[in-house]
Design a protein around this ligand. Sequence first.
Ligand SMILES: C[S@@+](CC[C@H](N)C(=O)[O-])C[C@H]1O[C@@H](n2cnc3c(N)ncnc32)[C@H](O)[C@@H]1O
Length: 344
Amino acid sequence: MNFHLSPIGVKSADAVANFWIKQLAIHICGDAGGAATLFPVTVLEAIQKSADFLGKKGVESSRLNAELLLAHLLKMPRMKLYLNFERTLTAAETDSLRELVKRRGQREPLQHIIGSTNFCGCEILVNRHALVPRPETELLAELGWNFLVTRHLSLVTALDFGTGTGCIAIALAVKCPAAKISALDFSADALALAKQNAAVNKVAERIEFFQGDGFAAIQSEGRVPRVPNQNAGDSCHSSLRKFEFDLIISNPPYIASAEIETLQPEVRDFDPRAALDGGADGLDFYRRLAAEAKAFLKPDGKIMLEFGDGQADAIKKICESEKWIVESVQEDYSHRARILVARR
Ligand SMILES: C[S@@+](CC[C@H](N)C(=O)[O-])C[C@H]1O[C@@H](n2cnc3c(N)ncnc32)[C@H](O)[C@@H]1O
């Protein structure tokens, strides 16, 4: 690495890195009289020193994290940092960066620190009340809107079961203008965030939010599912039709309860437990969805479910035992089976 001569007169990369780490440690640990006044640093030095610190704290992709934190602080796209490597940070900027790096070093998720993330091109605000949207869930949402748009209907409907930040519901609404989305969650706090996100993405009037335990959330609103084989009901009760969806889509909690403690700190300590815990074997929600979702699905509708690495066979079995026809199992970017698509 090609370190600049630092203003404190040390030349070796290790010495510079160690100095910065020590400064951060002093600040974080509060020893040596509290926060030290740091020397002026350039953008490049700040990135390198922050990345070293984060690496020592076990943060993956520490350089990228350092760049994203600094880009956020300086309100510039990350790539623009590269044109500003020689720029000197002000004392206030250095102090603010130190605070951000300290939080990330304590393994707070980058998205929580920045306050938002990008999901399928939509800005999604995040906080401790909802799972941080994951890249593989973008694949689920994409499968969902591709299915909705190819139905070529003037109105298509979808239910997002366990909406969290609202990311899937919002992506479906944005990408499919003919879609009217229902989104449910057990958590009132998550729903408050999801509503905010729907407004930010200008799709609030096409998403209806429901709070409650699974399908009971929409039933408790006085609406009932289609009753299987009830021909008269199918033809004359228009209210019953309201909750027959073209698509039921879900990324439910799927971590086995005992495994939660073994997850990386960003997930274990910052994602809500209710967004992770899928019961003793992680499969509780798939059993519920497989047993209950058919009554809410149009005859030619589909269900799309995200699941964890290694769960594909078990979930396929659960669905088939409830007489679902499994159409496909889709892989994520690392070629691991992660999404099941089925029909009645
Ligand atoms: C894995 S998170 C998915 C959030 C979001 N859909 C996503 O993909 O980022 C699962 C969500 O299900 C919700 N949830 C957990 N138990 C539930 C229940 N019994 N009924 C409804 N929602 C529930 C959690 O609050 C959480 O928001």
